[in-house]
Design a protein around this ligand. Structure first.
Ligand SMILES: Nc1ncnc2c1ncn2[C@@H]1O[C@H](COP(=O)(O)OP(=O)(O)OP(=O)(O)O)[C@@H](O)[C@H]1O
Length: 209
């Protein structure tokens, strides 16, 4: 099946089974809304999908091939925005984007980065150390990667944290466009997605004792 498939994943943390035999496929043109209570294992699942951590058992497949064999191809097609913004507070927004592009083998074009930051409402703040920005502005800097790099798979952990209503609508609309263009997104959010995000499939993790 085309896409990123989770095949019978089991995850255990500190002797607590978070989920067992979890299978699903994230396909191009699909938005999966991953939800569940605090501690259910959403971040743990997203980290497994990105390859940052390994499951207890089960495997991941990309277009029916074991992900381990096509990891480089997957990484080129992946943007992961974790629930911590993953930006360096001592660097400016522009420096953060330049560094991130270098890390992800993505060409950095300053003009394009300025335009993306403008799109995200950060005009005049491009060259200020990020630690001086508000929480919502810092989140916007982190999310600007979604406008900067072309990648099929977006794995987003609480991307709406600290965003105001305009920011939420901007991101949801961008997600809808990405999916309409055959992108694939899995996202957590403690706030329900609105109609701006477009159609989605729900994946629910229950809290297991
Ligand atoms: N590296 C780790 N070592 C030990 N326990 C961990 C580790 N990472 C996560 N856990 C535990 O796994 C459980 C699930 O954590 P996780 O962050 O995946 O939940 P979540 O569903 O994303 O929660 P939230 O909605 O609060 O963000 C928690 O009880 C957490 O303490």
């Amino acid at each position: 099946m085309a896409g990123l498939a989770a095949d019978n994943l089991t995850c255990i943390k500190r002797d607590r089974v978070l989920f067992t035999d979890l299978s699903f496929c994230l396909s191009p043109g699909q938005l999966i809304y991953l939800r569940g209570p605090n501690g259910a294992g959403k971040t743990s699942l997203l980290r497994i999908l990105t390859g940052l951590s390994a499951p207890e058992s089960g495997q991941l497949l990309l277009d029916d091939e074991p992900l381990d064999k096509v990891r480089d191809r997957f990484n080129q097609q992946l943007i992961y925005v974790g629930h911590k913004a993953g930006i360096n507070g001592a660097l400016t927004a522009m420096e953060n984007l330049r560094f991130w592009c270098a890390q992800h083998s993505t060409g950095f074009i300053a003009q394009q980065a300025y335009e993306v930051l403008a799109r995200l409402g950060l005009v005049g703040l491009e060259d200020v150390p990020v630690r001086m920005l508000s929480a919502g502005q810092q989140r916007r800097v982190a999310l600007s990667r979604l406008w900067l790099k072309q990648a099929t798979f977006w794995i987003l952990d609480e991307p709406f944290t600290a965003l105001d209503t305009d920011g939420i609508e901007l991101l949801e609309s961008h997600m809808r466009e990405h999916v309409a263009n055959q992108g694939a997104i899995i996202t957590t959010s403690h706030q329900p997605l609105s109609k701006h995000a477009g159609p989605f499939t729900e994946l629910v993790l229950e809290y297991r004792l």
